[in-house]
Every structure is written in C-alpha cells, then in structure tokens.
Design a protein around this ligand. Structure first.
Ligand code: FE2
Length: 251
C-alpha cells in the first residue's frame, strides 16, 4: 500500500485522504501500515467511500471479519475528521452498526449530507442494500438528496463508492469533488489503463486518478487492499489517495 498524491484545483486549500476498498476480512490486514501512512500525510479530512467492511447490514461491525475495518476507522478518527459512506460489500448499514461507527467519532453518510465550515460533505450509498444475489441486475442508488446537497452553499464533496454512478447521477449538478473506489484500479493495468472493474466491465473508463474538467471532478482510488487475493494485481499498487486541493493546482 502506498500514498499517492494528486493535485486538485479548488477554491480552498485542503489535504483530503481517500481510503477506499479496505475489504476487511478475518486475516492479517495492514491496519498499522494504513494508519502510519495517514499520520505521515497529516490530512485535514479522511474519506471512506465504501467497502471498508464486509456485510455490516447483518454482522456486527466490531467482530470477526469486520474487526480490522473497525480498527482502521478507530485509529483514523484520532488523526482527522472522518466520513464514511456504505459500499456494495456493506449492503446497507444496520442502526446498531451505524451507532458503533458514530461512537468512534466518524460521520456516517448514508444518502445524506452535513455542513462542515466552507464544505458540504455528502455520501451517495451503494444501491446494493442487500447481497448481490438478491438482484437480477445492478440496482440504482437513491440520489434524491443530491439536489438539496448541491443547492446548499459551500464546496461540495461527495463520497460515492461506485465511480460508474458519477456520469449518470452526479456529474453536471455542481458537485465539485466526488471520491470513489470499487474499480480496484481495473485489477491489471496495461498501458496505463485498467482491464476489468465491477460495474463497468472490460476496459472500464473510471479506475484510477482524476476525471472531469472544470467544476465537477471525480477522484477514483485503486483501493487499499487486493479484494480478491487469488487474482494478483499487475502494475496496480494498492493505495491511499491524498488529494491536495488548492486554487493553484491543475488536474
Ligand atoms: Fe465495491
């Protein structure tokens, strides 16, 4: 896992860490490595746009295969304000698990938003609020709150696990920065391009780095761990993104 810095043009100066796709499981996970990278980056905010846990709709967030993800959030909450939005592996979030995460000081954004100074921070949850087997085709998210979110004055930052949602549901609304994961960098990268991503298929468009021009930008993390350990990554290191927002930056 590496820290990857990317400049982002914005009217404010902030350092934002994006921690996506930790895919907590019941084996040795690089929690300490992730926390030391975050500490070295001194971010102003830490975003967790989904797939930190496994199935927290049903299982306790503090136990078994979720335990490493919970330790990650706990440690990160001691470093900077943290925001979490559910991904497809979280299949929704139970009220008990939401309370446990919030007790760490982490703000949970489940199709909702909050105002923090000059920033408005929202979370568009995965449409998979049940396990994938419950759906015949990929379910859409619930973007109803995005209109109120975009109309609220401030610099808008949206956590949105699925980058493929961005062109359909997010881009064009005046939401300046969206942070996503899910694509795992395309698993193998050839000539700087990913090969396959869930939700986008072969030769996916949104897998790594900054997309968009002008006001609406999408930042896609390649993910913190290899979610499918028996399928190796090629030319695609795991990462924490560090977005450096400033008026002088060019993407
Ligand atoms: Fe995902």
């Amino acid at each position: 896992m590496k820290l990857r810095s990317l400049p982002v043009p914005a009217p404010l100066k902030k350092k934002i860490a994006v921690c996506a796709d930790f895919h907590s499981v019941n084996r040795k996970m690089p929690v300490d490595k992730a926390l030391s990278l975050l500490a070295s980056a001194s971010p102003d905010l830490i975003l967790f746009p989904g797939d930190i846990f496994s199935l927290i709709g049903k299982k306790d967030v503090r136990e078994c295969f979720n335990e490493n993800g919970f330790s990650l959030l706990k440690g990160a909450a001691g470093l900077a304000p943290c925001f979490f939005s559910p991904g497809n592996h979280e299949c929704g979030i139970s009220p008990e698990n939401r309370s446990a995460i919030e007790a760490l000081g982490v703000t949970v954004l489940d199709n909702e938003f909050v105002k923090r100074g000059e920033m408005v921070i929202g979370g568009l949850s995965s449409g998979y609020r049940l396990p994938k087997s419950a759906f015949d085709s990929p379910p859409d998210p619930e973007p109803g709150f995005l209109e109120r979110f975009a109309e609220t004055p401030g610099y808008h930052i949206l956590l949105c696990h699925h980058p493929e949602y961005w062109p359909r549901f997010v881009c064009g609304r005046g939401i300046e920065l969206t942070a996503a994961g899910h694509a795992h960098g395309g698993q193998w990268r050839i000539f700087g391009r990913g090969v396959f991503a869930p939700g986008q298929g072969l030769f996916p468009r949104y897998t790594s780095g900054i997309y968009g021009q002008g006001e609406d930008l999408l930042a896609v993390s390649r993910g913190m761990t290899n979610s499918v350990p028996w399928i190796p990554r090629f030319f695609n290191p795991c990462e924490i993104l560090l977005l450096s927002l400033s008026p002088e930056a060019s993407s």
